[in-house]
Design a binder for this molecule. Structure first.
Ligand code: LRY
Length: 223
């Protein structure tokens, strides 16, 4: 298992509409995260993963976000996406591990192929306890709360802060390392996740998205 217990993992992602979009910026973010003590990096796309691989030996959770109007699944939907990310240098492949339809193998086969054919660890993003149980049964290395609030069934959670209840339910139910991810946006919430038994915590926006961080401060300035 490449992500050590107690690790803070920093997600370094910026979409095309973000002024920090681009592998030069994301690899600098990863270096800054490492210098600050992060023990893992999460990154999206072949270019960013390759650029980050070139500057750090930390474990990289690589994902490939692909938007296809026919499907709701967009985080590493198919085996080819996983293979490209592995070749770019990811040690761990992050996937949408919900049972929702996707362009490619069903999730059970996707997990098996990443483990057997790519010999990589699988980081399973889920939104519910049932999805987590299935991902564990299919052989996921880690199970993470990433998608709580972002699937149809869980949209009511979105404005609510991180899903600590789901985190706790997963820790109680499954012997696999459980990772807290999604809206853990203060040091206090990170500490709370570890107190409840998280194996690791992934923080994105609150560390690596200055546009969103600025908005928070501006809202406070205008309140
Ligand atoms: C739902 C989805 O697509 N989540 C993405 C997964 O890679 C990212 O957009 C998030 O930034 C990441 O999960 C970290 O979460 P937060 O930025 O809240 O700390």
């Amino acid at each position: 298992m490449l992500i050590p217990k107690g690790a803070l993992v920093v997600s370094c992602q910026a979409r095309a509409d973000n002024p920090l979009h681009g592998s030069v910026y994301m690899s600098a973010m990863a270096r800054a995260a490492e210098a600050g003590g992060a023990q893992g990096i999460r990154a999206n796309g072949v270019e960013d993963v390759a650029a980050i691989r070139a500057v750090t030996a930390l474990p990289i959770i690589g994902i490939s976000k692909v938007w296809d109007e026919r499907f709701s699944v967009y985080i590493t939907p198919g085996f080819e996406n996983a293979e490209q990310i592995a070749k770019a240098g990811a040690d761990i492949i992050g996937i949408d591990a919900t049972p929702r339809p996707r362009d490619g193998d069903p999730v059970e086969r996707l997990i098996a192929r990443i483990r057997n054919e790519l010999t990589k660890e699988v980081f399973a993003d889920i939104a519910t306890l049932d999805e987590a149980k299935a991902a564990y049964a299919y052989g996921a290395t880690y199970v993470a709360t990433t998608l709580s609030g972002y699937t149809e069934e869980t949209t009511m959670r979105r404005g609510e802060g991180p899903d600590l209840e789901l985190l706790e339910a997963l820790i109680a139910a499954l012997p696999v390392p459980i990772v807290a991810e999604g809206r853990f946006d203060t040091p206090e919430l990170v500490a709370e996740a570890f107190k409840r038994g998280a194996h690791a915590v992934v923080v994105g926006t609150a560390i690596t998205n200055p546009r969103e961080i600025t908005k928070k401060f501006v809202r406070a300035a205008q309140a």
